[in-house]
Ligand binder design. Structure first.
Ligand code: PMP
Length: 361
């Protein structure tokens, strides 16, 4: 489809065109039912099949054992910032958080609002969040260690997980969930808003290890307790039906078209390498993240001559490349190259960047 733009938006972000077409075909009458997924009961067989497929495919993609539950929770990733401490930091306990920029800072703030025990065990704040910090001396007594695996604003990503010595890791994976294979065993919980690698906004996916459920206090408001989502299979109230349906299609695309997470990682690596290689050819473009911490999902950079950045954005749009403006808190340029951004889109971006450099040197 040539009226689809090259979409580098940080979120909500590009979805696979094939998935959009399948949704279009299903829109008025899902599988001959005469109604849209948006119009059907969440308790009917059709939707139960859809949510089950989304769950099962996520489990299969990550190779999750039966020790894990896959939940669909409202409120995006930001509500999980509040629910994680509410559910898992008990009286007298102190959780360990690693601070790597905007979203991790917000997660820490939500724990502090509740007067929970929180320690920032490592931070790259003194390096302007341009890298993933070294982590040492984590407490063995902590209920969990919280990390943000991909830092959407600064363009950094964890490439090796910290050794927590058996303390469960809880990870905000909003911007790199399902982008690469993962040894899930150290994780007590993984969560992410749907709107980058999985579907439209409206739900968060929460992968929760069953032993974590036992630690949840019994006096939490119903909708703020992960136990509710486990016991009611994410159906205590009406779940975000259409986003969950989209997730079922995106995960089908990941399994059947892409060929799983190792294949996805190979594509994502090729895309990121092409972009970083071009940036590193000289100092016209300057990557903002330390090389060893560079993200495969969000490539952030400045132009050596910053005054040219508005022109870069203007010209990129004229060439059919959208969403390249950096986050407002840091400025510059950000190319979000999530799963659904094709290698052809990245090639188009590289060609544009090369031409722009030649014209504006
Ligand atoms: N965490 C990360 C890493 C993010 O990139 C974002 C959104 N950009 C969020 C959390 C917040 O997500 P939501 O809007 O779903 O609350």
């Amino acid at each position: 489809m040539n009226d689809r733009i090259h979409n580098f938006s940080a979120g909500p972000s590009a979805l696979p065109t094939a998935v959009m077409q399948e949704m279009q075909e299903d829109l008025l009458s899902y599988r001959g039912s005469g109604m849209s997924v948006m119009e059907m009961s969440h308790r009917g067989d059709l939707f139960m099949g859809i949510i089950d497929e989304a769950r099962t495919r996520i489990k299969r993609l990550y190779g999750l054992s039966d020790a894990y539950e896959v939940l669909f929770v409202h409120g995006g990733a930001s509500l999980q910032f509040a629910m994680v401490p509410m559910n898992f930091i008990g009286e007298g306990q102190t959780a360990e958080y690693i601070e790597t920029g905007t979203w991790s800072t917000k997660a820490i703030a939500e724990a502090r609002i509740q007067n929970k025990g929180v320690r920032v065990a490592a931070s790259s704040g003194d390096q302007d969040f341009t890298c993933i910090p070294e982590v040492k001396g984590l407490s063995a007594e902590a209920p969990f260690v919280h990390i943000t695996t991909n830092n959407t604003v600064r363009g950094t990503q964890w490439h090796d997980l910290p050794d927590t010595g058996g303390v469960p890791l809880i990870a905000d994976m909003s911007s790199d969930i399902l982008s690469r294979p993962l040894d899930t065993r150290p994780f007590g919980m993984i969560y992410g808003g749907a709107q980058k690698n999985m579907g439209p906004s409206g739900t968060a996916v929460v992968i929760l290890r069953k032993d974590m459920v036992e630690k949840i206090p019994h006096n939490l408001p119903t909708m703020l307790s992960y136990r509710t989502y486990v016991e009611k299979e994410s159906m205590f109230n009406t779940p975000a039906t259409f986003p969950i349906y989209a997730i079922s299609l995106v995960t089908k695309w990941l399994e059947e078209t892409v060929g799983g997470l190792a294949a996805m990682e190979a594509v994502n690596t090729r895309k990121a390498e092409a972009l970083y290689a071009l940036m590193d050819e000289d100092d016209f473009y300057c990557g903002t993240a330390a090389k060893e911490s560079r993200s495969l999902m969000n490539a952030t950079f400045r132009l050596r001559n910053r005054e040219l950045e508005p022109l870069f954005i203007e010209k990129s749009l004229e060439c059919g490349l959208a969403g390249l403006k950096g986050h407002k808190s840091v400025g510059g340029i950000r190319a979000s190259i999530y799963n659904a951004v094709s290698e052809a889109s990245v090639e188009a971006l590289c060609t544009f960047m090369d031409d722009f450099r030649r014209t504006n040197r």
